[in-house]
Design a binder for this molecule. Structure first.
Ligand code: ATP
Ligand code: MG
Length: 423
């Protein structure tokens, strides 16, 4: 038997009901925020990720799904959403309206990782990218999105961690300081860190192998290297978060080390025991240089990405059930051959009048149909037999109270409208 690829999962049953609810929620939340939905290809030129995500990131050094197509092009399954959105923003010259451009996306990402709880090879992300404003108000708005989403979902045990990497000048000074600091320890650090030392020493602070080494704890802090402008930006982000009533902790260990991050970086953590580093539900930050790095104009941006699977685990941990129940209004049971014609007619008419309707397609007898009604759980059962066909009066039964109603053909919609509460 052929099985699903390692690190992937199928969506059905309760999980599918949760996803449906989640998708509706992000749709409506993003309308409230005035963000536009954007969709980009699942694969892109490999170069895009090398340049856009950062050559020294884990994502690019070891996690991409790369392939050559039949035209000998080097392509990569997208490991994250930002690079594709930025590429599309530039390629389609969306900046030409000189307005603020705010986008949200939702879809599968691919990373060749060791599968475990909260870590898959195909996983879903919901994220946003806001281009055009370097105002710290924008950082605060972006941070407020996952925070408000978690609030709407009822998650309580979450912590927002924020930090700043400063502008390029501050970060370059910090880089030099880190290099000086780590140099004597290089032989004790992992191969990856040795590589990071050369290309992007900030990422050493983010290493999952060496995270307990004392030299990481004793490393210089970015706060000592921020220039006035960078300090100001960060102070304002905090001020706006305070004003929105959003709690956060300043956490200098958050670096998200990608080269393109400037100023604010943040992560939202949940509390799931035994979940390890998978407790990080979402991460993001400001990237004032990314659009330019990908050959676009100098336009600042800020965004975040949130992993669905981890969010769902956190919800489970807090016993929050978001699965959306489908409420069936009517279930139709034709009990003779002739009644089928009428049954399919009402099936169609009622659906087009806005009711959720299904019928017995299995040709079961009345007794067997009634037995499964508890599972199907419609508000009304409509039984059509010879009597109903001849009299033009329909029999409807309230599935909960078992009360029976006789309804004239032409009054059916009126009857259902007045007996079923609209959404
Ligand atoms: P981690 O440090 O846990 O590997 P990351 O820094 O690689 O995370 P990002 O690239 O910032 O993660 O992605 C944002 C979010 O996407 C993460 O916070 C997480 O919720 C989710 N995510 C990342 N990788 C995976 C994965 N392999 N499986 C499931 N979710 C993932
Ligand atoms: Mg990762």
């Amino acid at each position: 038997m052929i099985q699903k690829p390692k690190g992937t999962y199928d969506v059905y049953g309760d999980y599918s009901k949760k996803i449906k609810y989640f998708e509706k929620l992000i749709n409506s939340l993003m309308e409230k925020y005035n963000y536009e939905y954007i969709r980009t290809p699942l694969f892109e030129s490999s170069d895009l990720f090398h340049r856009g995500v950062g050559e020294t990131s884990d994502i690019v050094t070891k996690e991409t799904y790369d392939f050559k197509d039949k035209g000998d092009r080097n392509l990569t399954l997208r490991p994250e959403g930002t690079a594709g959105v930025v590429r599309s923003f530039i390629e389609n010259k969306m900046y030409s309206n000189s307005l603020l451009n705010k986008f949200w996306y939702y879809g599968p990402m691919y990373r060749y990782e060791r599968p475990q709880k909260g870590r898959y090879r195909e996983f879903y992300q919901f994220g946003v990218e806001a281009f055009g404003s370097s105002d710290p108000m924008m950082d605060a708005e972006v941070i407020s999105i996952p925070v408000n989403l978690f609030k709407l979902l009822g998650l309580k045990e979450i912590t927002v961690h924020i930090n700043t990497l400063g502008d390029i000048e501050s970060r370059n000074n910090y880089r030099e300081a880190l290099k000086k600091h780590f140099k004597p320890y290089l032989s004790e650090l992992c191969d990856d860190c040795n590589n990071r030392f050369l290309k992007n020493p900030l990422r050493i602070l983010d290493c999952k192998v060496d995270c307990d080494h004392s030299c990481i704890k004793s490393a210089p802090k970015i706060s000592e290297y921020l220039n006035e402008e960078s300090k100001n930006h960060f102070e304002n982000v905090k001020k706006y978060l305070d004003s929105m009533g959003i709690n956060y902790v300043v956490d200098e260990s958050i670096v998200r080390g990608l080269d393109y991050y400037t100023h604010t970086v943040f992560e939202v953590e949940a509390k799931v025991e035994g979940f390890g580093s998978q407790n990080v539900l979402c991460g993001g930050g400001r990237y004032n240089d990314l659009v330019k790095t990908l050959d676009g104009p100098e336009i600042p941006g800020v965004g975040f990405a949130l992993g669905l699977e981890r969010l769902f685990t956190a919800l489970e941990y807090e016993n929050i059930d978001i699965s959306e129940k489908i409420n069936l209004d009517v279930f139709i049971i034709p009990i003779c051959e002739e009644a089928k014609t009428k049954a399919v007619k009402y099936l169609n008419v009622l659906r087009m009048n806005g009711f959720n309707v299904d019928m017995d397609f299995l040709g079961r007898n009345l007794k067997n149909n009634l037995k499964t009604l508890e599972k199907i759980n419609p508000k009304f059962v409509m039984i059509i037999g010879e009597e109903e066909i001849n009299s033009g009066v329909l029999t409807l039964k309230n599935n909960e109270t078992h009360e029976e109603y006789k309804v004239e053909n032409e009054n059916l919609i009126y009857f259902l409208d007045s007996n079923i509460e609209g959404e």
